[in-house]
Write a protein that binds this ligand. Sequence first.
Ligand code: ATP
Ligand code: MG
Length: 327
Amino acid sequence: MTHEIAVIPGDGIGQAVTPAAVEVLQAIDTADFEFVRGSAGDAVKAETGEALPQETRSIAADADATLFGAAGETAADVILPLRDVVGSFANVRPARSYPGLDAVQPDTDIVFIRENTEGVYSGIESEISEGVTTLTRVVTEAASREIAEFGFGYAKQNGYDDVTIAHKANVMRETDGVFLEAASAVGDERGAAYDTALMDALAMHLVMRPEEYDVIICPNLAGDVLSDLAAGLVGGLGLLPSANIGEENALFEPVHGSAPDIAGEGVANPSAMILSAAMLLDHLGYDEEGDRVRAAVESVLASGPKTPDLGGDAGTDAVTAAIVDEL
Ligand code: ATP
Ligand code: MG
């Protein structure tokens, strides 16, 4: 069976790391992919006036999954509609430390399951009078249940024992109250073990004792902030993949952006993007292949060439070649 993969490199280092991930997928001999390229981001906006051309939307909508690199200034105009195109409700952000790398917390293996459709990112903002602004925070029982079902299912499927529900229901009683109640109900119905945690205290615990956490189910903003915090614990943006999962479609992208400071220099770390491709393999049912890619990345991180962000002097191509070799 051939899977159609939309490939949208975008801007900056997206142009370098996305082909690296495609190279890795091509090296998997037990799966067959057809790659369809789409353009998005600053460069295409400068050319056509549109950051996300209709043709790219269609390519992503029709594909079995999408690989997205990064967009620069136009990031919000590209990634928010793209997440809509694939109907994504769950943002999956694993943060783990790797042997052989310097990390603030070398014993971290946490997966953030972030609600991706509502909360304070509902987009309902207004200036009600000069200098006075409001934001409407939308939290529904349906979306809270959906993300919790996904999070508990993810934990079970991936062999994680501990689930934590992050919230701030002591202050945001209505909105986070619904989130906490709905997510807890899902845990109870499943007979799953779980804890609940106030998100501010959780931030402190994550810095001090990340090894105590496995899967953390979060409202939108909390998931965004806490997963970036965890990125800092494990060694930086060049290592963190993510998945945006929808009912029928999904999009995979590194957590980092277009990194204009190093774009075009050939030194971007391809690991985050290649690990995102590993998540794509999992999603399409190629679990073993996903594990093989992760093992190859891990082995190169431990003893292969490293890009400058990890203290080495190798380029994107050399690291990618080492990972493909390892496969
Ligand atoms: P954007 O607006 O597109 O997010 P940015 O300036 O915020 O761009 P990021 O891509 O978020 O840049 O990166 C932040 C910092 O991390 C930059 O200094 C960048 O060089 C570094 N960085 C990010 N990704 C990588 C990577 N894959 N390899 C090496 N360094 C990276
Ligand atoms: Mg950034």
